[in-house]
Design a protein around this ligand. Structure first.
Ligand code: NDP
Length: 419
């Protein structure tokens, strides 16, 4: 019996909300609130009559803490689920603290305006001290640990697939498969084809910022940074086949380096097709990925925002996408003094996702873990005051919930390792 306020109503939110409505004995009431209320109303209209969950909608600008506080106070939820953009993480956390409500999200904070001098000074110091230069990192949200602890509230960070499920896979490997983990390779393969020469599977702005950033990995206690897309490997993925994958910086490496401190190396790879890479390089070369405003015919235009307006909406890719995703983690390490390897992963079929919830697999593989994370918090299985990433929590009930709600795990103890 709980009330949840969902903020955002894009591709990921649409799946998370529909999945919450399949578990209406826990999610008894939902308020869908976003910048564009008509999207919330459309989704609510699609669901009313098909679920026992009582759904209401609201308009909110989540960049505005006072608007959030007013909405939270009037709705009085047990949990705020942030499935808007990473830009809103801190304002929503502030509002949750002000109202005494638990918080969760699917991606760690990054600023919308990377030219903001105050943010930039902190960012540049962090790049120098930590050795990686992605715009996003956990420091902003980890700084809220004490505030959430003192308030007796919980904040769950990054509960999508990666970050999210990949960290639960690591916690599971550590709990059940290994005494010590030596290496972790996180492999994110999207074998889907949407038929467009170029489109992104989730918010284009956030996606292109992530993919065009320098890559980095954790090795022997420090970050190693490399030029974007400069480490490439080929891997044969179960039910997908051979794909080229590239080493990227990814947020879970940062938390895993702390929760599995014995790991000598942690890497993240994502598959990309040649057409995606060619388009991205070209757009970057002409300045279309820039987040700094330019003057154009008397208007201030942010190139990457203009590009977002031209690209297909990721939420519209559902009916066109065929193929499967395969995301998981390969471990090497020791148990009872013996060397061993282990691979745990999920395979998800884009067309099956579309049949179930009208979305492609990337929204599905993010929205289902968001619902399952909320389920863990609302049923008290994850209930600790403070700010946590998924790798710090018990993986067992979460992985059981994912098995049950559409993202079952597969595993092998004899994986092919990534060179
Ligand atoms: P979309 O762009 O499809 O949706 C974002 C939603 O947030 C839209 O409804 C948008 O409203 C709303 N929004 C944006 N700004 C505001 C604001 N100021 N106030 C209120 N609402 C706002 O994004 P996705 O659904 O693709 O992604 C959602 C989140 O999931 C992102 O944080 C993304 O990084 C994360 N993600 C995480 C993954 C993981 O595995 N962990 C994988 C993929 C995504 P409007 O309709 O008006 O634009």
């Amino acid at each position: 019996m709980s009330k949840v306020l969902v903020i955002g109503c894009g591709g990921v939110a649409s799946v998370a909300i529909q999945k919450c409505c399949q578990v209406s004995e826990v999610f008894t009431e939902l308020c869908i609130a976003s910048r564009t209320k008509s999207k919330c109303d459309d989704l609510a209209a699609k669901l009313i009559g098909k679920t026992q969950t009582k759904i209401t909608t609201a308009q909110v600008d989540a960049d505005d803490v006072q608007q959030l506080i007013d909405l939270i106070k009037s709705y009085q939820p047990d949990l705020v689920m942030n499935v808007a953009l990473p830009y809103q993480d801190l304002t929503i956390m502030d509002a949750c603290l002000a109202c005494g409500v638990n918080y969760m999200d699917t991606a760690n904070y990054e600023p919308e305006n990377t030219d903001d001098p105050e943010w930039r000074a902190i960012y540049e110091k962090r790049c120098k001290e930590e050795g990686f230069s992605a715009y996003f990192d956990y420091s902003w949200q980890w700084a809220y640990r004490e505030k959430f602890e003192k308030a007796g509230l919980m904040a769950l960070l990054g509960c999508g697939f990666d970050p999210g499920v990949t960290q639960a896979y690591c916690a599971y490997a550590k709990k059940h498969e290994f005494d010590t983990i030596d290496t972790i390779d996180i492999l994110d393969c999207n074998g889907g084809d949407h038929g467009y020469a170029f489109a992104t599977n989730f918010n284009p702005e956030v996606n292109l910022r992530e993919v065009s950033a320098p890559g980095s990995y954790w090795e022997d206690g420090h970050w190693v940074e490399i030029p974007a897309m400069s480490i490439k490997r080929e891997y044969n993925f179960d039910q997908v086949g051979d794909k080229d994958m590239y080493l990227l910086h990814h947020e879970e490496i940062e938390s895993l380096a702390q929760t599995i401190p014995e790991a000598k190396r942690i890497r993240f790879f994502m598959t990309f097709g040649q057409s995606y890479l060619d388009h991205m390089r070209c757009l970057e070369d002409v300045g279309m990925l820039s987040t700094s405003p330019i003057e154009f015919e008397g208007h201030q235009i942010v190139p990457i925002k203009f590009l977002k307006a031209l690209l297909p909406d990721p939420a519209s890719l559902g009916p066109r996408t065929k193929g499967k995703t395969n995301i998981g983690c390969i471990f090497t390490g020791k148990q009872d003094g013996q060397e061993k390897t282990y691979y745990i992963y999920n395979i998800c079929d884009h067309e099956e996702c579309y049949r179930e919830v009208g979305s492609q697999g990337v929204s599905y593989t993010t929205g289902v873990p968001a619902m399952c994370g909320a389920l863990m918090m609302l049923t008290g299985k994850w209930n600790k005051p403070g700010v946590y990433t998924v790798d710090e929590l018990d993986p067992d009930p979460f992985l059981d919930a994912l098995d049950q709600h559409g993202l079952p795990r597969s595993e092998t103890h004899h994986p092919v390792l990534v060179p």
